[in-house]
Write a protein that binds this ligand. Structure first.
Ligand code: F6R
Length: 615
């Protein structure tokens, strides 16, 4: 995790870097730092806390016209969050300065070697070891910075994206990447560096994304030079035009990004199916599937790999693929899959789901699946991300940037893409009747309006949130398609409000969790019509007899649950496979309001980061 930003060119570096760090704070926010160099003076400022704390400190410590600078926002791996462990770090001579995102796994062995040669370390970080290794190589081999970085990185095991400069060489920054993302904005005789393109979007639309095991030297008034770290071969830079705009990455009048992103879902879902869902023609157009249709139709099974909320979207996909397309599906936590010697055959299709496209465990699971001959299909939101590039084919969710750390619109747009794929395969296999297929397409097209309607319950949900905001525990129950939604609802509550919450299949409650139920326990039950409605109503009765407080998520006009529950929240009616797209909405809002009422930092919950690029 961690966010890195850098600039070299003719503009004042400080505002670019500090604003850039704010946009990257979703990647980590336990400490931040900046180094600015005007060719003579090097100014470094670091602090525990958020970028705004750094900004306050810089205002009193630094005044500079530096045209070169690097900055970092940290999610601690080695060493507690404090001023000393915050980046940038420098070498013992004080000449080399580095920012780093990733983990150097063999840092301990390297540190021992360097210590034996007289190097000393101020921080507990692996990054300070790396910058001293680079310095050691530079001095021992008498080479320039670029070469020293290259030689040092060949001794390193782990993951990194780094930016390094040398006080004696004020016109260049050296960057490198393995396993952590790094984008370079190409301006007019200037370069921007960042973990994603958001920090430089208002300055240039031209970007190069470094691939793994590549490094580059960025020199003012020179073209970017990219080389392979291993064998020094030159690589042609592939300059992409960015589609992102500034408005998408600002709050647009909402108090939090999370709330903005919850309310963006009607449009985000439309953007996901735009150009793909052609209801009148009865066609779903997805080139990633069309080009590989035989592989999908002949697949033994689909294995979904993902983490967190994306894993929950994978569970919804399991229901819909098996139900409609009759293809067996297994859903795996990527972190387990990659280490448990799974049976993978060339007839398996692996679907990797990831909002960021950078999750380290998902990326590793993909590499394992590919090495075993499986065809890997990616469902990602971030265009050009590592997972999007590593997979054999894929479909973007087109949700737009998701900045709130708690995933919301990424989840519903992932489900939308997966539903499109399932319907397309069901049609191709003949496992769905023509009329059912058409009906699903029509209903899917109506979902954005129904999400808008579900969002209208906001005030009512806020009132419910007020009643339960001090609960210590919460139970979320759902069956069938809505079991994964129960898991997702519980995850949303715990990650932003720090209230303990668990999601369960409603019927499983009686095998243990029912013991927790008393008059203090709010139980959120998804009890929409169709599916297993009657069974869920029986489960509600079981909770009621144990005096649990029941919040029912029900279909508009429901009477039965209304009689039993303490509160109901209505969502519009739809087909059962599409219901997660609606039932998720009130659960997102409920978590949001509880967290706000408790005074929690909704967009940046403690200990979390948006993009988990460490295992
Ligand atoms: C929860 C959340 C995380 C992510 C998980 C995977 O709200 O955001 O659980 O879903 O870290 O991230 P991606 O989808 O980027 O691979």
């Amino acid at each position: 995790m961690c966010g890195i930003v850098g600039y070299i060119g003719h503009r004042e570096a400080y505002p670019i870097i500090i604003e850039g760090l704010k946009r990257l704070e979703y990647r980590g926010y336990d400490s931040a730092g900046i180094a600015l160099f005007d060719g003579t003076d090097l100014k470094v400022s670091k602090t525990k806390g958020k970028v705004v704390d750094l900004e306050n400190r810089v205002a009193t410590e630094i005044s500079t016209n530096a045209k070169l600078g690097i900055g970092h926002t940290r999610w601690a791996t080695h060493g507690v969050p404090n001023d000393i462990n915050a980046h940038p770090h420098y070498s013992n001579s004080g000449n080399l300065v580095i920012i780093h995102n990733g983990i150097i796994e063999n840092y301990d062995a390297l540190k021992k070697e360097l210590t034996a040669r007289g190097y000393t370390f101020k921080s507990d970080t692996d990054t300070e070891v790396l910058i001293n290794l680079i310095e050691d190589v530079k001095l021992k081999e008498n080479v320039k910075l670029g070469k020293a970085v290259q030689i040092a990185l060949n001794q390193v095991i782990g993951a990194y994206s780094i930016a390094v400069f040398d006080k004696n060489k004020p016109d260049e920054i050296v960057i490198a990447r393995l396993g952590s993302p790094l984008a370079v904005g190409i301006g007019d005789n200037e370069f921007f560096i960042a973990s994603d393109a958001s920090p430089f979007i208002e300055y240039t639309k031209n970007a190069v994304y470094l691939e793994d095991e590549e490094m580059a030297i960025l020199r003012v008034n020179k073209d970017i030079k990219i080389r392979k770290i291993k064998d020094d071969t030159l690589v042609d830079p592939y300059v992409q035009e960015l589609q992102m705009n500034l408005e998408q990455i600002e709050k647009g009048g909402y108090e939090h990004f999370m709330l903005k992103e919850i309310h963006e879902q009607p449009n985000a879902i439309k953007d996901t199916y735009r150009g793909r869902l052609l209801v009148k023609d009865g066609i779903i157009r997805m080139s990633g599937i069309d080009d590989n249709i035989e592989k999908f139709l002949n697949a033994n099974r689909i294995i979904v790999v993902a983490c967190g909320t994306s894993w929950h979207a994978g569970l919804v996909a399991e229901y819909i693929f098996e139900d409609l397309a009759r293809i067996p599906v297994e859903v795996e936590y990527a972190s387990e899959f990659r280490y448990r010697n799974p049976v993978i055959t060339p007839n398996d299709i692996v679907i990797a789901i990831s909002q960021s496209g950078e999750t380290a465990d998902t990326l590793a699971a993909i590499k394992l699946a590919k090495a075993n001959g499986a065809f890997v299909f990616g469902v990602c939101n971030v265009v050009g991300s590592s997972i999007a590039r590593e997979t054999n084919a894929g479909a973007y969710t087109h949700a737009g940037p998701e900045i709130g750390v708690a995933s919301t619109k990424a989840f519903t747009t992932q489900i939308t893409v997966l539903t499109l794929i399932a319907l397309k395969l069901a049609k191709a296999k003949g496992s769905i009747s023509n009329s059912d297929y058409r009906y699903h397409l029509q209903e899917l097209e109506l979902i954005p309006d129904k999400v808008s309607k579900a969002l209208k319950s906001d005030e009512h949900i806020k009132a419910v949130a007020d009643i339960y905001k001090n609960a210590r525990n919460c139970l979320y129950l759902g069956r069938g398609y809505n079991f994964p939604v129960a898991l997702e609802g519980a995850l949303k509550l715990k990650e932003i409000s720090y209230i303990h919450a668990e999601g369960y299949p409603a019927a499983e409650m009686k095998h243990g969790p029912i013991a927790l139920i008393d008059e203090q326990m709010p139980v959120i039950v998804i009890a929409t019509k169709k599916g297993h409605y009657e069974k869920v109503v029986s489960n509600i009765q079981e909770i009621k007899s144990r005096k649990g407080k029941i919040i029912g998520i029900v279909t508009e006009g429901d009477i039965n649950v209304k009689e039993l529950a303490d509160h109901i929240i209505e969502v519009p009616e739809t087909l059962e496979p599409l219901s997660p797209l609606l039932t998720t909405i009130p659960l997102q809002l409920l978590s949001y309001h509880i967290a706000v009422m408790l005074g929690k930092n909704v967009d940046q919950p403690r200990n979390l980061a948006k993009s988990v690029t460490v295992e």
